[in-house]
Design a protein around this ligand. Structure first.
Ligand code: ZN
Length: 190
């Protein structure tokens, strides 16, 4: 039986490169994959999976009203696997569609994304992936400032100061994010 996977990790934990790797593995065996990403514009170009090491490829952007289930239904033949980048930005309805894709077509669906936002609240997509996924896997990376595991994301403003309030998703702006451990999140050496 195919499963719904939620692979989460802090910033820079290699989520996008993993998507590109999984897609490549399928395609090497002549199996087709559908790659989606959130259509929310957070500086990266919309409609691409971009990895930090420079590799990138086109992906289908998911907007508020996108029906992912219908999109997969319309494919002929049915893809062998569905991959989603930035799954944290999806809404509950999207996540239910992902579960239905797995259950209807018996193909694996893998969602990759952040678990918690910079204020340590769950993103909507992540909340429902935690509830609906068959398999939940942490992608590990190290804290930007020390040697502990990074489990949180620190928002830093344009002048290098940590930020703890504001909108969950920033469109534009010049804030940046660092993968950090819990201690460095509340007390970053900045
Ligand atoms: Zn740390």
């Amino acid at each position: 039986m195919a499963q719904l996977f939620f692979k989460y990790g802090a910033m820079n934990s290699g989520k996008s490169i993993e998507i590109l790797k999984v897609a490549n593995n399928y395609e090497e065996q002549n199996k087709s994959v559908l790659i989606f990403t959130s259509g929310i514009d957070t500086r990266d170009e919309v409609g691409y999976v971009s990895s930090r090491i420079g590799l990138r490829r086109k992906a289908i952007p998911i907007f508020e009203g996108t029906n992912i289930l219908q999109y997969v239904k319309d494919q002929e033949p049915t893809p062998h696997c569905v991959l989603i980048d930035e799954v944290q930005f999806l809404n509950k309805e999207h996540v239910l569609q992902l579960a239905e894709i797995v259950d209807t077509f018996d193909i694996p669906v893998m969602g990759f994304g952040l678990k918690n936002d910079f204020q340590n609240e769950l993103f909507e997509g992540s909340r429902y992936m935690l509830i609906y996924a068959d398999k939940i896997e942490e992608m590990k990376t190290i804290c930007w400032f020390c040697a502990r595991k990074a489990t949180m994301n620190l928002r830093v403003d344009g002048s290098g100061k940590p930020v703890y309030t504001g909108d969950q998703i920033q469109i534009g702006g010049n804030d940046s994010y660092y993968p950090v451990c819990r201690r460095c999140h509340s007390n970053p050496p900045l």
